[in-house]
Design a protein around this ligand. Structure first.
Ligand code: CMX
Ligand code: CO
Length: 145
């Protein structure tokens, strides 16, 4: 049901500097960027590779736009670094419901809007061995620059 690593989310204080690091160090470039007001972030997606389910794997670089956002809170507590992993699925609601039945807390019972028009939810890190875990159903077309 989960068919790829969709992305790894990385919390940073300065998005432009972090993009520059990935650019000069690895030659990666930004595939897509946007502001997600609801999540309280300015973000850049760096595409790493296509996956055999027809989608792709990304790095998601995340800078907070509000002091009370999850990324701002994480930065204050832990500093910069890996914030979450995200698995891709063709049906985020079905995947979340099936995982909830196993006793894992799903943070958004109704999926919300994620990057590039995707539908997302999260699993509580306390139920996932300390790993904040996101489930992502990509939009039909990811070409949403
Ligand atoms: N990874 C692992 N553990 C984490 C964590 C993370 N990213 N964020 C918080 N925690 C842990 C904390 O360390 C803390 O543990 P202790 O109780 O042992 O200290 C516990 O969870 C509670 O942390 P908190 O700082 O009090 O944070 P909250 O409970 O207010 O929020 C969470 C935690 C996961 C519910 C919140 O971050 C959330 O709703 N996340 C989902 C949304 C999100 O992360 N959006 C940004 C990304 C958007 C995107 O990917 O598109
Ligand atoms: Co994410």
């Amino acid at each position: 049901m989960l068919t790829r690593i969709d992305h790894i989310g990385i919390a940073c204080r300065n998005l432009d500097e972090t993009i520059a690091f990935y650019q000069r160090t690895y030659n990666f470039s930004v595939f897509h960027s946007e502001v997600n007001e609801e999540q309280g972030v300015r973000e850049a997606m760096i595409k790493i590779n296509e996956t055999d389910d027809g989608h792709a794997t990304y790095l998601q670089l995340l800078e907070p736009i509000r002091d009370d956002s999850p990324i701002a809170k994480f930065l204050a507590k832990h500093g910069e670094g890996v914030h979450h992993i995200a698995f891709g699925t063709a049906d985020v609601k079905a995947a979340a419901d099936a995982i909830a039945e196993k006793g894992v807390q799903v943070l958004y019972p109704e999926p919300r809007r994620g990057t590039m028009g995707s539908s997302i939810t999260f699993l509580h890190p306390k139920d996932c061995g300390g790993v904040l875990t996101e489930l992502v159903q990509a939009a039909a077309s990811e070409d949403t620059h």
